[in-house]
Design a protein around this ligand. Sequence first.
Ligand SMILES: [Fe+2]
Ligand SMILES: [Fe+2]
Length: 260
Amino acid sequence: MEKKILFIGDIVGKPGRQVLKNQLPGLVQRYGVDVVIANGENAASGAGITKSLAQEIHRAGVHGITLGDHVWDQKGFVDEIDDLENLSRPANLPSMCPGKPYLIVEKNGFRIGVITVLGHVFMKISASSAMESLDHYLPKIKEQTDAILVEVHAEATSEKVALGFYLDGKVSAVVGTHTHIPTNDCRLLPNGTAYQTDAGMTGPYDSVLGREVQPIVDKMRDGIPRRFPVATDNVQLRGCLITIKEDGLARTIEPIRAIL
Ligand SMILES: [Fe+2]
Ligand SMILES: [Fe+2]
């Protein structure tokens, strides 16, 4: 039977958590969603996540939580991450890092593997080759699952689309995150993998990537460091909905938007 996966882009701060709580139950019902995966790397005031916020996101209806370059921003999370069953860190961080390099989410007998890799261009965190990491983990994930979603957490569109074609026909979906700007390119690649360059963020869109506009503009003008509070206006949930066939490849992918 076909399965529907809702992937939700980076949840930013309290506004992001709020729109998730308000809108997710309705989306799940309307689209008949089987599994919900969300990136939570900005859940805590825009930077990182904590154990209690991960639990809050799970209670809102998210089955699997992924992270990105902000994984360690919250002090103490390194000691909490291994307590969290359905949360993974980027797979290509140094192997001694705590946390799971991939997730297997099981719902009603359907098992989906979820793995996040960090890109290399303009990323300020030390990560090994995304391709080598995927080559290493994907066969292990494939053995245990019916479908695989690869999240490419990267700045450069070229890295994302290249990984999309690299994995075309080998995984169910390749979806990008990190830029917080949703891209208008949901499509099926030639060999059946669903693809979107960036799912966008779940948070305030009257902002610069989730932060208040004015302090960012001021910093760009004068170069003086300031605080960048999370913005509050025009809060939206963004992501994509993927239909996966019995053979593990995708039939459809479409962008999803819900407004607070
Ligand atoms: Fe992010
Ligand atoms: Fe990021």
